[in-house]
Design a protein around this ligand. Structure first.
Ligand code: NAD
Ligand code: DAU
Length: 334
């Protein structure tokens, strides 16, 4: 099977490529990646002889047409993915997440290629802390940030192309991922590497915001389950019942690293900060039989901490730049 993986040099895409090569046979992988600040092509070095890396933009229609025409399956991970960046400069989010997805869909339509669209639970907006509800496939779209609005728009493009042009597509909306190779701008790697470099973790606002954590390998196994057995045109929510508030996550990281649980600071909140995400993945579990393997968040977190400890060469040179970026807008709260 010839697979085109867009965004295959970023966090989830790298893990998808490595896991696919480790668990499946007869796969021929091409990665299309623009190598933005979020990418590290060196993450693919261990499989360099098994993967073709094409450096380019998913919004480049000519390039995309040629690559899609030589593929049996497209798995579309490429995106601008960070909410904080989308608040500072939304333009690349529109270009990549909307125009890039449109460009792929047009190529998929022309060539009749199977397409899987990677999306986020953030398209559903947020939930109150005391609301027993969780997101399901029936929840109305209500995105809050420029990032989540462009992801919501991209999902709706896919749905329209399925209905109007009968392309063979599926969509998955997953909760917050953690694991190896995640960029330092994101919450968990930022706080692990803060502690490892002697800096106190930074918690936005009151720290009570809840995210529903899933290990990246469980996400990618679910993606393969949907590609293998999902019904065309359907959306599946992916989640591992991993709800935790940000303060608890930071306290757990500090404890696992042998620091006092209260050795963190509060900083100014993210504008429009979504309060809580929670996924009901009943459809994926009952219809397709998927189950997460990482059901104990603390041990998944411990394994991730070990990975950042053992792979300091992967992140050390980037840390100062990431923190300098945050320092432009971040202020300590009393
Ligand atoms: P990431 O930012 O780590 O990686 C994104 C990759 O896309 C990078 O390699 C980057 O170079 C590439 N890219 C960006 N613009 C491009 C363009 N115009 N053309 C080609 N390549 C481009 O992101 P991630 O966390 O790995 O997320 C991957 C996908 O999963 C995204 O679609 C995101 O919305 C979705 N998602 C992420 C999470 C999460 O918790 N990280 C959860 C649910 C869904
Ligand atoms: O829900 C899925 C989404 O999860 C994905 O679609 C996004 O691509 C991914 O970035 C992630 O979005 P979040 O905004 O939830 O993730 P982030 O890692 O930026 O922040 C997680 C939580 O931690 C959020 O409530 C904000 C908070 N936070 C973040 C940082 C970077 C802090 O308290 N301190 C920080 O330093």
């Amino acid at each position: 099977m010839r697979i085109l993986v867009t965004g295959g040099a970023g966090f989830i895409g790298v893990n998808f490529v490595l896991r696919t090569l480790a668990t499946r046979t007869n796969v021929d992988i091409t990665v299309l990646d623009k190598l933005t600040y979020a990418a590290d092509p060196a993450s693919l070095d261990v499989v360099a002889d098994q993967v073709r890396l094409v450096v380019g933009d998913v919004a480049d229609a000519e390039l995309v047409d040629g690559l899609v025409g030589r593929s049996d399956l497209v798995v579309h991970f490429a995106a601008e993915s960070h909410n904080d960046n989308s608040l500072n400069d939304p333009a690349p989010f529109v270009a990549t997440n909307l125009v890039g997805t449109f460009t792929l869909l047009e190529a998929v339509r022309r060539h009749g290629v199977r397409y899987h669209h990677i999306s986020t639970d953030e398209v559903y907006g947020d939930l109150e802390l005391d609301d027993p509800a969780r997101f399901s496939e029936a929840t109305p779209y209500n995105p809050s940030s420029p990032y989540s609005a462009t992801k919501a728009g991209s999902d709706l493009l896919v749905r329209a192309w399925v209905r109007s042009f009968e392309i063979e597509a599926t969509i998955s909306n997953c909760s917050n991922n953690y694991g190896p190779f995640q960029h330092l701008e994101k919450f968990i790697p930022r706080q692990i590497t803060n502690v490892l470099t002697g800096v106190r973790p930074r918690i936005y606002g009151d720290g009570r915001n809840v995210r529903d954590w899933i290990h990246v390998d469980d996400h990618n196994d679910a993606v393969w389950t949907i590609i293998d057995r999902g019904r065309i045109g359907e959306t599946y929510l992916i989640g591992a019942d991993g709800e935790a508030d940000n303060r608890t996550v930071v306290e757990t990281i500090l404890e696992l690293l042998g620091e006092p649980r209260d050795a963190f600071v509060f900083v100014n909140d993210r504008p429009g900060h979504d309060r809580r995400y929670a996924i009901d993945s009943t459809k994926l579990r009952t219809e397709l039989g998927w189950r997460p393997r990482y059901t104990d968040f603390a041990s998944g977190l411990a394994a991730t901490i070990n990975w950042y400890r053992e792979n300091e060469s992967w992140w050390r040179n980037r840390k100062a730049d990431v923190e300098a970026g945050y320092a432009k807008t971040e202020t300590l709260l009393d």
